[in-house]
Design a protein around this ligand. Structure first.
Ligand SMILES: Cc1ncc(COP(=O)(O)O)c(C=O)c1O
Length: 354
């Protein structure tokens, strides 16, 4: 990398620059980042407006939110860790457990941040292909674990394909993985899941597996992506290690206040989530009707397996003012957004059907 003026670790220099879901123009729908199309939940704006002590550092532990989440999960406060988005916790956990010579096993294709998070630690990402149904292949993940493995990431519903991991399969997976290997259950989209067979973090916590940490976020169903706040539930010593690897004071008082207010609006949340889930199921049905082999979708997004045509398909969406997310050679992810966007999505999908 001759254009970098200082000596940067070669594996870092080789990482692709972070690519955010494209912003949308005034007339376009932004369906590229799995965001929530709704306004903040009732009470959130007022809570943020009231949190004006900008001259003070925030509470490093976000203790009020921590206590509230601990109560909700039926655990002690030290089993909750809050950070500036769940992606921060992924970085922290990876830093805490892995370094040069180690491996972290992850499904692929999955959340696009995973491989880079591993590379930054100096460890090697071991990327395990999805099943033919575009689901995380748990037996294959377990089989990829070696003496060098320090963690396994499991994403459910899997971003970007949408398929879930079942509770039964997850339980078998935990039993198959050595108990000194960290398992991260990334449930960023759990609130949208309607399949009763899906794994549920609450059940995993109740089972008392010390090596499993679950990740949740306020970015998706709760609609607080812009405020950056997410959390982990797990063993206190693992969460201490994550905190030690993180940047202190990253969670703002405003984000904490917004999260607390959101938790007060659970009925509204449930209603909105149900709307998105129904919209998603309808969209899947319509896409299948016109010939797209859309896998099970349990998040707030759908997956068009466009293969080599992904960039061309995404360009067709963009030409219709629909900003979507292509993953070259694999497919195109379309977030479930505003109701008015749905007909347009189906129309474009029909024009580029397989
Ligand atoms: C699977 C998954 N995990 C984690 C995240 C990170 O979310 P945040 O950092 O906003 O909490 C995302 C965001 O897209 C995601 O898709």
């Amino acid at each position: 990398m001759t254009d970098i003026p200082v000596r940067v670790r070669p594996e870092i220099a080789a990482l692709p620059a972070y690519k955010q879901g494209k912003q949308a123009g005034a007339t376009a729908y932004k369906l590229s980042s799995n965001e929530n199309p709704f306004d903040p939940l009732p009470g959130v704006v007022a809570a943020v407006r009231d949190a004006v002590a900008f001259n003070r550092y925030p509470d490093a532990l976000a203790a009020r939110l921590r206590a509230r989440l601990a109560e909700r999960f039926g655990v002690t406060d030290d089993r909750i860790h809050i950070a500036a988005g769940s992606v921060s916790i992924l970085y922290q956990l990876a830093q805490a457990v892995a370094s040069v010579g180690d491996e972290i096993v992850l499904p692929w294709r999955s959340f696009e941040a995973y491989p880079g998070i591993v590379t930054v630690t100096g460890a090697t990402p071991v990327m395990v292909p999805l099943t033919d149904a575009a689901a995380v292949d748990l037996p294959a993940l377990a089989a990829a674990v070696t003496d060098r493995t320090r963690a396994v990431f499991v994403c459910t519903p899997n971003n970007p394909t949408g398929a879930i991991v079942t509770q039964a399969d997850f339980d078998a997976f935990v039993a198959a993985v050595p108990s000194d290997v960290l398992i991260v259950l990334d449930e960023a989209y759990v609130e949208f899941v309607t399949d009763a067979a899906a794994v549920k973090g609450e059940r995993v916590i109740a089972a008392g597996h010390d090596n499993v940490v679950i990740l949740r976020t306020f970015s998706k169903a709760y609609g607080l992506a812009g405020l950056r706040i997410g959390y982990a539930v797990g063993h206190p010593r693992i969460l201490d290690a994550a905190r030690s690897a993180g940047i202190p004071l990253s969670v703002t008082a405003q984000a904490e206040a917004a999260a607390l207010a959101s938790l007060d609006a659970e009925d509204d949340l449930r209603e909105r989530v149900a709307v998105v889930a129904r919209r998603r199921d309808l969209l899947v049905d319509r896409l299948r009707e016109i010939g797209w082999d859309v896998p099970t979708a349990q998040g707030n997004f759908v997956w068009l397996p466009a293969g080599d045509r992904s960039l061309e398909v995404a360009a067709a969406f963009e030409a219709a003012d629909l900003v979507v997310r292509p993953f070259a050679c694999d497919g195109v992810r379309v977030s479930v957004g505003e109701e008015e966007s749905i007909d347009r999505v189906v129309e474009v999908a029909a024009s580029v059907r397989p």
